[in-house]
Design a binder for this molecule. Sequence first.
Ligand code: AHM
Ligand code: MG
Length: 345
Amino acid sequence: MFDADNLAQKYALDRDCTTLSRHVLQQLQSFSPDAQDLSALMNRIALAAKLIARRLSRAGLLEDALGFTGNVNVQGESVKKMDIFANEVFISVFKQSGLVCRLASEEMEKPYYIPENCPIGRYTLLYDPIDGSSNVDINLNVGSIFSIRQQEGIDIDGSAQDLLQNGRKQIAAGYVLYGPSTVLVYSIGKGVHAFTLDPSLGEFILSHENIQVPVHGPIYSVNEGNFWQWDEPLRDYIRYVHRHEGYTARYGGALVGDFHRILFQGGVFLYPGTVKKPEGKLRLLYESAPLAFLIEQAGGKASTGEKVLLDVVPNALHARTPLVIGSKEDVELVESFIRDTLKTL
Ligand code: AHM
Ligand code: MG
């Protein structure tokens, strides 16, 4: 006999039970050591995300959680206390895990190598512990971005040369968005999936599977305060969206949040180079490349404006690239403005 209550309960339970680690194993359809490692890596990232989310949610009530440390990082940017906290969370979560051999982040000039008295793994975690730090003190959304690569060769002198390869070397990538809810989005090269932290369970539960970015969207997301610092093709593109119906601007000052909106609703995010900084602001290895990995998996595109982003080879750990990322048609439109100008030169 048909039992509607029973059926509803069954599906509600199913929905509540797809945790991140189970999902990784389902995706790989295997319990091989590689699959177990990837599942454990994602589980550790989820733990770091929960620790960071917990501190962010109470930051205004804690002493020493908000504000600047007074130091400047290797990027020449003022460091916030939350940047340091989040950076250390990832280190302490991975130090004893036996999963990684090193961690490299926006906040550290050189990679952190797992000490010899701790179990050493074969993966490298690259991460931006708090992306959009300027939002932290005013309780707006921020994020963490991560990328996982396998160590290639022996890194004897600590120069991490093997990391200076293109974004197709990423095994997994994703981000955590600390917003009204905490959402973790990841890909291991098998689609893009989002998990929402259920605070009552303390678990990330699958909320959106196989996300596809719309082919075109209304949003353009860029810091227009830099308008006069850009090259003419970029200005022409912005003039184009100003003059055509169907476009709207959204810019939150945190890449993860702006990207998340575009992933779900379509459109394009841009952080182009400027006259003074032709390489732009965003770092390739732990900001642009992981998001490019996700957007390609979601059917969108990412480029520097001239070159496919995942093909760019960095010349240094903290190398920067211009970024144009989002819906296929919108990225191609930006690229067409740049290409047409290059043709006339
Ligand atoms: P951060 O990682 O130091 O916070 O810097 C990256 C952030 C991005 O999240 C954001 O898209 C961009 O910088 C904002 O820069 P701007 O203030 O120049 O618009
Ligand atoms: Mg950042």
